[in-house]
Design a protein around this ligand. Structure first.
Ligand SMILES: [Zn+2]
Length: 608
């Protein structure tokens, strides 16, 4: 990705910084939010450095940070499109002239990136730059709050400012974060598209541009986490229920629509405005034209993570797991070189209309917001594995790993987790080092799991654990103690709420947290995905394939062939007699589709 971002023939991200720093002649090129995309990549690099301590990466970051420092204006403002114009035209060219210049978005990503860089390296070089930027934003908030209010587009800076407060403990930054939310009512001509048509505390539904929405909700959750503010949290919970009960795809993705209108169904026609890349109405979940921008999935993970931290409710961890394994992973090819901007749940070769974005993964996308966002999310996924509280350790996600941690009172704990999750549901945790005192290990029992049980030192502690909760194991642990969690993981057929018209009489296949799909490459050559129906009684056999698609569990079963015939120009026809012919099908995890060349794909299949 660095090669893409550095190469001026492909991307202009780093080139824009060089030009703005006066180190190269040229003009600004690429989208106005390209700086933010670049900071996301730098954040991923910093996090990777924190794990690998690769000195080449460290030096490379130092070189980049030196350039960023040269770009920054003395007062802390930093945004290459405007700074390049200002150096050509002088101060006549003003900042914040167009809210779609994404200035606060770019600066917000700089703040988050700087905090991660500081934690990973211990260096203050980028943090100092971000502090100047946050100070600039603070003084703008004091003098011209309406400017900041009108320029809060895709507000990554809400999360960024709170993160700066957590890192520096500067109380002005918390005041700024509170103020940024407070001034949202100063917005002129607000819209559902930007979630500012009505004051935030009065909102009950997820509306408008899904990336902007999820970034807003994540930022406000960050603020609630720091202030303990309850009414915003209630609003967030009500919006969350709207998404998870009515607007989320089975893959954990959000933002169903390429284009739509909001407020939908308003009696006042004048109030209805266009929205794009947006949440649709309740139960409106098309598959072929699903928008599901990768950044919206990531924003959704960020939001759910913050909700989990505030509430410790396992429902949020369920969504994080669902979105990571399905929505986030499907956004990138297995070789890590191609990306989806939009994430459909069905792909057919012939469509009688064009869509705005490619229906295949691409190496480079002119709007490059998603790829570095995917990279930083995957790089930082280990952050979500555990949480800590005064009571002890919360195991949020399962996967083989080592946790070397310090409890809130300074006591050291080390444990290992061994498992083949998500392909198998047995998780074994061994205490390698434990303090001489009682503490709790909270095990997450996923919402999809029935009949979970837990053994400690081979002794059954409990069975039939309630799903969608954390099961607490409180005791004085000894080194060598083992916990065995058994999560039964049968293959399940899933149906959707009957008001989801696109999914009537269809089923999806899920095993544990993994959503499966049918790709036409796994069917005989003359059979299409639209020819397949799933019998109610289907039995799937699951087999582990080490060499297929990076190592996956494949599901095999006998489906039913449907009568196809020649549709031609027919839109409706008399139903043909039932075809009783069985056909063997093989289903693969949804996240692995479109990795073996062009194919048709579907997650949902009609029920026979
Ligand atoms: Zn994006």
């Amino acid at each position: 990705m660095w090669r893409l971002l550095e190469d001026p023939q492909i991307s202009h991200a780093f080139d824009n910084f060089l030009v703005a720093a006066g180190m190269k002649k040229g003009r600004h090129r690429g989208p106005k939010w390209h700086d933010g995309d670049f900071y996301k990549w730098l954040e991923a690099a910093a996090f990777v450095y924190g794990v690998t301590k690769d000195e080449n990466l460290n030096r490379q970051m130092d070189r980049i940070i030196e350039v960023i420092g040269k770009v920054q204006r003395e007062d802390g403002y930093i945004h290459t499109p405007v700074l390049i114009q200002q150096s050509a035209q002088g101060v006549e060219f003003r900042e914040f002239k167009n809210r779609l210049d994404f200035e606060t978005y770019n600066m917000g990503h700089l703040m988050t990136c700087a905090c991660v860089h500081y934690r990973a390296t211990g260096k203050i070089s980028l943090l100092r730059i971000a502090e100047k930027t946050t100070d600039y934003m603070y003084s703008l908030y004091k003098t011209s709050p309406e400017i900041l209010a009108n320029n809060a587009i895709c507000p990554s800076h809400y999360m960024g400012v709170v993160e700066m407060y957590r890192t520096t403990h500067d109380p002005r930054y918390l005041e700024l974060a509170q103020g940024l939310i407070g001034i949202r009512n100063l917005v002129k001509d607000g819209s559902d598209h930007n979630q500012d048509r009505i004051p935030f505390p009065q909102q009950t539904q997820a509306v408008g541009h899904a990336v902007r929405a999820n970034y807003l909700y994540a930022g406000i959750a960050d603020l609630c986490a720091e202030t303990g503010e309850k009414s915003f949290l209630n609003t967030l919970q009500s919006i969350w229920r709207d998404v998870v009960y009515r607007k989320m795809y089975i893959s954990g993705t959000t933002g169903a629509l390429y284009d739509g209108a909001s407020p939908d169904g308003s009696k006042d026609h004048q109030a209805i405005q266009l929205v794009h890349q947006a949440y649709g109405r309740a139960y409106q979940l098309p598959n072929i034209t699903a928008y599901n921008e990768s950044c919206a999935t990531i924003g959704f993970v960020l939001w759910n993570w913050r909700m989990l931290q505030i509430t410790t409710q396992a429902q949020y961890a369920d969504v994080i797991e669902l979105a990571l394994y399905n929505g986030v992973l499907s956004a990138i090819s297995l070789d890590g070189k191609r990306y989806f901007y939009t994430n459909p749940l069905c792909h057919v070769k012939y469509l009688p209309f064009e869509l705005r974005w490619s229906r295949k993964r691409e190496k480079y996308i002119s709007c490059f917001c998603c790829p570095p966002n995917i990279v930083r999310t995957i790089a930082e996924a280990s952050n979500y594995g555990y949480s800590m509280s005064d009571e002890g350790i919360w195991v949020n996600l399962y996967g083989s790993n080592v946790l070397d941690a310090t409890l809130s009172d300074g006591a050291k704990v080390k444990l290992t987790q061994q498992t083949d999750y998500p392909w198998e549901g047995t998780v074994r945790i061994t205490l390698e080092n434990t303090p001489e005192k009682e503490f709790t290990i909270f095990l997450r029992i996923p919402g999809w799991c029935r009949g979970a049980s837990v053994n400690v030192n081979d002794k059954r502690i409990d069975k039939n654990l309630k799903p969608e909760q954390y099961f607490p194991l409180k005791r004085k642990w000894s080194t060598g103690d083992t916990i065995e969690l058994i999560l039964p993981m049968p293959t399940q057929l899933i149906e959707a709420h009957p008001l989801v018209e696109e999914l009537r009489n269809q089923v999806a296949v899920k095993r544990g947290p993994i959503v499966y799909c049918l790709e036409s490459l796994d069917l005989p050559p003359d059979i299409r995905i639209t020819d397949i129906a799933i019998p109610h009684s289907i039995k799937f056999e699951n087999t582990w394939h080490r060499d297929l698609l990076g190592g996956i569990t494949v599901l095999q079963g006998f489906a039913q062939l449907r009568s196809r015939g020649d549709w031609g120009n027919t839109l409706y026809r008399t139903l043909s007699p039932r075809n009783e012919k069985a056909v063997s099908i093989r289903m693969i995890p949804y996240y692995t589709w479109n990795n073996r060349g062009d194919s048709e794909m579907t997650v949902w299949l009609p029920l026979q």
